[in-house]
Design a protein around this ligand. Structure first.
Ligand SMILES: *[C@@H]1O[C@H](CO)[C@@H](O)[C@H](O)[C@H]1NC(C)=O
Ligand SMILES: *[C@@H]1O[C@H](CO)[C@@H](O)[C@H](O)[C@H]1NC(C)=O
Ligand SMILES: *[C@@H]1O[C@H](CO)[C@@H](O)[C@H](O)[C@H]1NC(C)=O
Ligand SMILES: *[C@@H]1O[C@H](CO)[C@@H](O)[C@H](O)[C@H]1NC(C)=O
Ligand SMILES: *[C@@H]1O[C@H](CO)[C@@H](O)[C@H](O)[C@H]1NC(C)=O
Length: 525
């Protein structure tokens, strides 16, 4: 802070102290919500940033941004001494730094607050459980990445404190870190692991910055060991009939040993709801491990939560946040049960993360993007195999998908996905064509395909799955499998249907460009 802002702050505090209401009590006459501060990034055009704060109910407020004054007042409908004000800025081009000055005038007393070094750019929210909370200095190359972070002064970080609430908050109840420029100190977790700053959030944002070259704001709001119900509003739980369902208790074998609260809407209330009035570009998400104890409801919950966040952010920011804002997620990597044989709940949960399509965006999950992490296991991770340290590759993959889906860049961003099958019942061969013949495939690992030999599709768990062998070299966009079905018909094919199917970067099918792994699937023939 400069001398000028200290003096202004001092005067403002003084004014707040001596200013006495007719009723007798003194009021905090002019304040911003807790997450507006110097060094912040506000959302750029075509969206409008929203600034809000508190003032006493008789105040008029003026917000000065560059050469424009935005005037508003507090609505005095509620018989309370302190009300809320909000202004919606004109769409601003990316850039900065700018000073923003807020003047509040009540009963001839004028207070002001100055925010310095404010940038306009794209703001991304990073939420989820421990793999999102996983900090930069826990990840591979962490020390080097921390040192190099000073080269990104136009990326700004905000870390939300972990707080639980049974009722919705309007403002955050604490920050680990106010808006800051990245440095080994601000990006480092200060001896607290699984805290801040989120490695995936950082790598995603940094890679976006390298591509966009304009300011990026990153808001880390996450908590290890938490199920999706914690992050969902009561509307989501109702829609998915999850209101009366007990929340999944964690099973450490599956979900890791990081414990977080299991309270329906508990983190929605305290760590998401307060941010709904801050205009954002989009959100990224790495969560699901805590729901593998009972994966079935995830299909409804995840899609409903995305839609609900979008609608409420749109409403909370006076329609400034896109009602279909881009939402990206990391598909689950591995469980804490290191066996290549286990067909556990991770398979179902990964599938549900895509609304059972296998890929995103799809007809249901529009403007949603994902990165596949199934081939990045880390059996020797000191934080357990459930917490892989290679967050750099995850960041690379997620930012590629984000650039393609959220920014409409024409780049390869997804691993190959099957678009048609040809079964030859004479030779017992299955040809799989990827991406309508447009994929450019390379084969790495050999095992991972299975054929269902059974009655009529869909293949149920009691039908027989037999391994299928990859035969010969792939053409650029198709592969051939051979199988043996003992006089039964091949009815379905599945791929990577294990909790931990591959060793590091050693799944079978990759896209040549950017080395992107094909996602797991289970499809009828
Ligand atoms: C990062 O900087 C610290 C302090 O200057 C130094 O000790 C450390 O070796 C550096 N790490 C890397 C990977 O450069
Ligand atoms: C923020 O937006 C949400 C959603 O529209 C709303 O419930 C809440 O009251 C708003 N908070 C403030 C301080 O305006
Ligand atoms: C936001 O859009 C909705 C329709 O989606 C409209 O009813 C409402 O008046 C708009 N609100 C503002 C503040 O523009
Ligand atoms: C760590 O950094 C080195 C050198 O930049 C790079 O080759 C390597 O791929 C990085 N590790 C990961 C996991 O990205
Ligand atoms: C099956 O494979 C055999 C041998 O390659 C070939 O002659 C036949 O035409 C194939 N049948 C179909 C339906 O593709």
């Amino acid at each position: 802070m400069t001398l000028r802002s200290w003096i202004v702050l001092l005067l403002w505090q003084l004014a707040a102290l001596i200013y006495i209401f007719p009723g007798g009590a003194h009021a905090e006459t002019c304040m911003l919500a807790s997450y507006y501060s110097s060094h912040m990034v506000l959302q750029q055009q075509p969206h409008s940033a929203v600034i809000w704060g508190y003032a006493d109910i008789k105040a008029t407020i003026e917000v000065k941004v560059r050469d424009k004054m935005y005037k508003t007042s507090v609505e005095a409908e509620v018989p309370s001494r302190v009300g809320v004000w909000k202004v919606k800025l004109d769409p601003m081009l990316a850039g900065g730094p700018y000073d923003i000055v807020v003047f509040c005038e009540a009963f001839t007393v004028v207070n002001s607050v100055i925010l310095e070094d404010v940038m306009f750019g794209d703001v991304w929210v990073c939420s989820g459980q421990s793999n999102m909370a996983f900090a930069v200095d826990q990840s591979f190359n962490g020390s080097k990445e921390l040192n190099e972070s000073v080269n990104y002064p136009n990326i700004r970080l905000l870390a939300v404190k972990q707080v639980l609430s049974e009722t919705p908050y309007d403002d955050l109840h604490g920050l680990y870190e106010p808006w800051s420029k990245p440095s080994p100190e601000t990006l480092g977790s200060k001896a607290q692991i699984f805290n801040y700053f989120s490695a995936l959030c950082w790598f995603f944002g940094r890679d976006l910055y390298d591509s966009m070259q304009y300011p990026i704001g990153l808001i880390s709001t996450n908590w290890g060991g938490t199920p999706i119900e914690d992050w969902s509003s009561p509307d989501v739980l109702k829609k998915c009939s999850a209101t009366h369902r007990p929340l999944p208790e964690s099973d450490d074998r599956l979900t890791g040993t990081i414990r977080g609260p299991h309270v329906a809407s508990g983190l929605w209330n305290s760590m998401i709801h307060p941010l709904l009035n801050f205009t954002i570009k989009g959100a990224i998400w790495y969560q699901g491990e805590a729901n593998t104890v009972d994966p079935d409801p995830y299909k409804c919950l995840f899609n409903a939560m995305i839609t609900d966040w979008r609608e409420k952010w749109y409403e909370g920011t006076l329609n400034s946040t896109d009602i279909k804002f881009p939402f990206g997620f990391m598909q689950l990597c591995t469980s804490n049960v290191p066996s290549s044989e286990i067909i556990g709940p991770y398979t179902t949960l990964r599938w549900h993360q895509t609304y059972d399509y296998g890929y995103v965006p799809n007809d249901v999950m529009q403007n949603v993007f994902m990165a596949v992490g199934i081939d990045l296991p880390d059996l020797t991770s000191p934080y357990g195999p459930i917490h892989p340290r290679d967050k750099e590759d995850m960041g690379v993959r997620l930012s590629l998908a984000g650039r393609a889906v959220a920014y409409r860049q024409n780049i390869p961003y997804a691993g190959p996905f099957p678009t048609s099958f040809t079964v030859n019942t004479t030779t017992l061969a299955l040809d799989i064509e990827y991406d309508k013949g447009q994929a450019n495939i390379k084969l790495v690992g050999q095992t991972g395909f299975e054929i269902c030999c059974g009655g009529s599709p869909p293949c149920k768990y009691y039908d027989t799955w037999v391994p299928a062998k990859i035969t010969g070299q792939p053409t650029p966009s198709s592969i051939s499998l051979s199988y043996y079905c003992y006089h039964r018909r091949a009815t379905a094919v599945r791929y990577l249907w294990r909790d931990m199917p591959c060793t590091f970067k050693n799944c079978p099918v990759y896209r040549v460009e950017n080395e992107l792994p094909g996602p797991p699937f289970m499809l009828n023939l």
